[in-house]
Design a protein around this ligand. Structure first.
Ligand code: TPP
Ligand code: DXP
Ligand code: MG
Length: 632
């Protein structure tokens, strides 16, 4: 039986000796590579925390001592050590193991939100809470160097550093990377601590010089050992945290289980907030990952478990790569166009713009709030910033969008990738709130392109707006074939013009294809149907109101939240115009949607032609004297 097979929970770790623990780490690495190369997922981050997580679960008593993972994408090893190795083959699949901690899976899991830089606030609150309730529990927060570039982490640190007996241990998991190398002064400061060896070099020098004479050696060693704390303070680099009067232990080799355990025990002994700074390597133990320049296999699809070569041959171009092409073309023609990313240069497709225009590309770290307001600053300086960001991560920068960009009427373009249902990353990753947010922002224009041609056109149009925010949203994955219009009308694209149309379907983005299929089903039932893509979804086009008034039923279909989404805004404008035609909005239901494939979840949301057409037939029939035969 392998060591890993013997681990049903953290208690089974405690009997293993150093050699056995190393064997266990090897087994965990092999299992991770084998499983995640098949399922896809965050292989690199998890390969980097194997020894760290083993040490954490040997020193602390989870779940009595909660272990909080910031972002949580690096919690696969934690899940394996808490009895879930067998679930790895179901990773990120419908009904399978979540890619982040999940309270439904285990009491060892505490925080499910995959949005970075929230972990320390969670841990600070938990530690205060347990202390107030008189519970003897230590909270441990594992936070990456990337997550430490997020402002929320420092809001928490400000409170933690002022609370000397808070039972909280912060493990700074410093692998020097977010996707690409982590940017900014904080990362540099961590790096300084990581690479500054004055203290160790002096110790090595003394050890070498006295190694031949035992009695001197023993005396000097005892002296050194006694002096160690003072010596370290004098010689060790005054790390980032020293000025906060935070106790600091490190830097520790995060792949040396014994050293990490010793550091964690030392930190535990302090009884108050401590930073344990561990140096790890993302992708450790898998050469293809270690050597992967882009992101050290931060997030992978299916790959060859030996070579690391991608297996899922992407046949269709991705929405992201269409944007990358359009952005590069725009940048070549417009010197005022600049790019802003929050530590996601490659995932958002800005890397090619950055290669050609490095001085016009700004990676601000995992700091979306700063990214948005800094973009307002760039616009006020006469530039046109394009902020490329995953839809879900814009949530945390709503105030900056509203009060810095829109209030100041700054021309900033937001390109929201992963808008709508994303799929495997689960509830905190679906981009289902951006359209509701957009609807609240005065002056904002939004495009939801249905294909590559419309995406390119939307970027061109958005870049022309210099006095208000603009937003372009598209989903994760492959871009569909071009869906040409049969007619242009007042800036809108008519995709189907039904004879004697009774039903108007207003469709946004990738749902336009669904809408044309709804139309063909209804036409087969003898119900004339018109399909319109507004192209510029917000503000609502007045011509759409006029079109709606000419029909007996209006249906809107969007890959966005149905509450307060684009359909809701259309309904509001119809009411305001006194148009009483019934309107039914089809969108993503207002709930947290678990992980599954994007197609599975869209089906669950009812965003398919069958269900929508069935609704339309029933609605028309119920309003008619001679009802139409129900759809089969
Ligand atoms: C608010 C937010 N922005 C962006 C992301 C996307 N993201 C996921 S992990 C990651 C990098 C995290 O780096 P780090 O904290 O150092 O963890 P590591 O992957 O190195 O273990 C990013 C940018 C996110 N999860 N949350
Ligand atoms: C953890 C995180 O937020 C990202 O790594 C995310 O998982 C990437 O999502 P995509 O795979 O859609 O790029
Ligand atoms: Mg990192």
């Amino acid at each position: 039986m392998s060591f890993l097979d013997r681990i049903r929970g953290p208690q089974d770790l405690r009997d293993l000796d150093g050699r056995e623990l190393e064997r266990l780490a090897e087994e965990i690495r092999g299992t991770l590579i084998h499983a995640v190369s098949r399922t896809g997922g965050h292989l690199g981050p998890n390969l980097g925390v194997v020894e760290l997580t083993i040490a954490l679960h040997r020193v602390f008593d989870s779940p009595n001592d909660p272990i909080v993972f910031d972002v949580g994408h690096q919690a696969y090893v934690h899940k394996m050590l808490t009895g879930r190795t067998g679930d790895l083959p179901t990773l990120r699949q419908r009904g399978g193991m979540a890619g982040y901690p999940s309270r439904a899976e285990s009491p060892h899991d505490w925080v499910e939100n995959s949005h970075a830089s929230a972990g320390l606030s969670w841990a600070e609150g938990m530690a205060k809470g347990f202390r107030l309730r008189g519970e003897d529990r230590t909270v441990v927060a594992v936070v990456g160097d990337g997550a430490l570039t997020g402002g929320m982490a420092w809001e928490a640190m400000n409170n933690i550093s002022a609370d000397p007996d808070l039972p909280l241990i912060i493990v700074a998991n410093d692998n020097g990377r977010s996707y690409t190398p982590t940017v900014g002064g904080i990362a540099q400061a961590l790096g300084a601590v990581r690479t500054d060896r004055r203290y160790e070099d002096v110790l090595d020098l003394v050890r070498r010089s006295i190694s031949g004479t035992p009695w001197i050696g023993r005396t000097a060693y005892e002296w050194l050992h006694g002096m160690k704390a003072g010596l370290k303070d004098v010689l060790a680099p005054q790390g980032l945290f020293a000025d906060l009067d935070m106790k600091y232990v490190g830097p520790i080799d995060g792949h040396d289980i014994g050293a990490v355990e010793q550091a964690l025990q030392q930190a535990k002994g302090f009884g108050g907030p401590v930073i344990v700074h561990v140096r790890t390597q993302k992708g450790r133990g898998f050469k293809a990952a270690e050597d992967h320049v882009e992101d050290q296999f931060h997030s992978i699809g299916q790959i060859d478990a030996v070579t690391g070569a991608p297996l899922s041959s992407k046949t269709t171009q991705s929405w992201t790569s269409v944007f990358a092409d359009a952005m590069l073309d725009l940048g070549r023609r417009r010197a005022d166009v600049v790019a802003v990313t929050a530590a996601m240069l490659y995932p958002t497709g800005l890397h090619r713009f950055a290669d050609e225009f490095p001085e016009r590309t700004f990676d601000v770290g995992i700091a979306e709030q700063h990214a948005v307001t800094s973009a307002a600053g760039l616009a006020s300086a006469g530039l046109h910033p394009v902020v490329a960001i995953y839809s879900t991560f814009l949530n945390r920068a709503f105030d900056q969008l509203l009060m810095d960009v829109a209030l100041h009427r700054q021309g900033v373009t937001f390109v929201l990738d992963r808008a709508g249902i994303t799929g495997p990353d689960g509830p905190s990753h679906h981009g289902m709130w951006d359209t509701s947010i957009a609807g609240l922002v005065p002056g904002l224009s939004l495009w939801a392109p249905r294909d590559a041609v419309r995406l390119t056109g939307a970027l061109e149009a958005a870049a022309e707006i210099a006095d208000a925010p603009t937003m372009i949203r598209f989903p994760r994955g492959g871009v569909p074939e071009e869906l040409p219009a049969v007619e242009q009308h007042e800036g809108m694209d008519v995709l189907v013009r039904g004879a004697d149309a009774r039903v108007l379907v207003v469709a946004y983005g990738p749902m336009c294809r669904v809408a044309t299929e709804v139309a063909s089903r209804l036409t087969d039932q003898g119900i004339g149907t018109t399909v319109i893509d507004p192209v510029r979804a917000l503000p609502v086009n007045r011509a759409l109101i006029t079109e709606a008034a000419r029909h007996d039923l209006v249906i809107s279909i969007e890959d966005g939240g149905e509450v307060g989404g684009l359909g809701s805004r259309l309904a509001q404008e119809l009411r305001r115009a006194g148009v009483t035609v019934p309107l039914r909005e089809f969108g993503i239901p207002q709930q947290f949607h678990d992980h599954a494939s994007r197609d599975e979840l869209l089906e669950d949301c009812g965003l398919n032609p069958q269900e929508i057409a069935r609704y339309a037939v029933e609605a028309i029939s119920s309003s008619d004297s001679d009802p139409v035969a129900p759809l089969r």
